[in-house]
Design a protein around this ligand. Structure first.
Ligand SMILES: [Zn+2]
Ligand SMILES: [Zn+2]
Length: 396
């Protein structure tokens, strides 16, 4: 049964748009540093109910994602198996649903616990709010029942495994954010800057060919970090709603800055892991003849991770970098969920663009490099422009 179910989640990579599709949804690969940091940013904002926001986005997205991967003639056992499999295949860890009908779920491994303990220290409260939302959405998709899931024990606080209780009798339906397909202006075919030393197509093919899905523990250790495949819809709902909730409290600028900083840190962490991996050593290191070749190679890798079809337009080594993105998931998501925006919205790409320069040209620890380049998005698809454009400069 498991093999048949796994077949439904086979990766479809679209070479033209650089999108990764798993089980019918665009997924984006990010590492545990990024996922834990945006969780801390959103849940840590005292003015808003960040935890509720995150749980609601997860339940909404995964109710839809799991439903899209169930068939009408699936038995109840297959439905629960698919709910467990989708979670572990995407890299979030293992959930055991064998006692879900008795009101209990246990999880012996967790991407979110790994992420929190790796960089953000011990906690006295459970950390797996994403999993609560996943379970609420998945239980609804599998059985039609509306429930509330609460994590009562968590490995992040020293428990042997995470444990969740399932409360029945919920009446509030699972929300479905209205969305409309975005009509985009055709992007001009720019002549992008390439390095003759770096074979971008070979890099993309190698990364797309890697088995980036959960192992027996439901985790994806690779490049020295834990990766996860997360639906673009999830990232978009949480960041749009976080910025809106903060804007309602006159904290919009702070919200955007925090999201950019999380991505800047993540960009350095993930790409440092990639540059010291055996995969890099074998395939990419022989292509590197000059420092700028690292940038070209890293941009190719990020395109294989589903981040948004972006390319280098101009670059002065050590000083500045301009990138253009033709279909970043943040901009497309904004257009679908909210229509046309009055300012750029691609926090992730903005932060990562600075992180790339800091990693390739910076010196010292990652903390010392942080903030040594500034990055801004000068035009964005979300405001009706044909491209998103990012300008990065060294801070003098
Ligand atoms: Zn936990
Ligand atoms: Zn944008």
């Amino acid at each position: 049964m498991r093999a048949t179910l796994t077949g439904r989640l086979a990766l479809v990579y679209n070479a033209e748009t650089y999108r990764r599709v798993v089980g019918g949804k665009d997924v984006i690969i990010h590492c545990h540093h990024y996922n834990s940091r945006i969780q801390r940013t959103i849940e840590g904002a005292a003015e808003i109910d960040g935890r509720g926001l995150l749980v609601a986005a997860a339940e909404e997205v995964f109710a839809e994602h799991l439903a899209a991967n169930l068939r009408e003639d699936d038995s109840m056992a297959s439905r629960w198996a698919m709910a467990e499999l989708l979670y572990s295949h995407l890299g979030y860890g293992c959930i055991d649903l064998s006692r879900v009908e008795q009101g209990e779920v246990v999880a012996p491994s967790s991407h979110f616990v790994e992420g929190w303990l790796a960089g953000l220290g011990q906690r006295d409260a459970p950390v797996c709010s994403f999993t609560e939302g996943y379970l609420q959405g998945a239980i609804f998709a599998a059985s039609g029942e509306l429930v509330r899931v609460r994590e009562v024990e968590c490995m992040a606080t020293g428990a042997a495994r995470c444990r969740f209780t399932v409360e029945r009798g919920r009446e509030e339906p699972i929300a479905r954010a209205p969305r409309a397909p975005a009509t985009l202006a055709a992007a001009p075919q720019s002549a992008y800057l390439r390095s003759p030393n770096v074979d971008e197509e070979a890099i993309i093919a190698a990364v797309v060919g890697m088995p980036i899905y959960g192992n027996l523990d439901g985790l994806i250790p690779a490049f020295g970090v834990y990766l996860a495949n997360t639906p673009a819809d999830f990232y978009n709902l949480v960041s749009i709603r976080f910025v809106e909730a903060m804007a309602a409290r006159r904290r919009e600028k702070t919200a955007r800055r925090l999201l950019i900083e999380d991505a800047e840190t993540c960009g350095m962490n993930t790409f440092r892991g990639i540059m010291s991996s055996t995969e890099w050593e074998g395939l990419i290191a022989p292509m590197i003849r000059a420092p700028a070749d690292n940038l070209h190679a890293l941009v190719a890798v990020s395109n294989a991770l589903g981040w948004g079809d972006w390319h280098i337009c101009s670059h002065t080594p050590g000083l500045s970098l301009t990138l253009e993105s033709r279909s970043g998931y943040e901009a497309l998501g904004y257009r679908e969920y909210r229509g046309v925006a009055d300012q750029p919205c691609c926090s992730m790409l903005t932060g990562v663009a600075a992180g790339l320069m800091e990693l390739v040209y910076g010196e010292g620890t990652l903390a010392e490099r942080f903030g040594t380049f500034t990055s801004s998005e000068s035009s964005c698809i979300c405001s009706g422009e044909p491209l998103c454009r990012f300008e990065v400069e060294r801070v003098v």
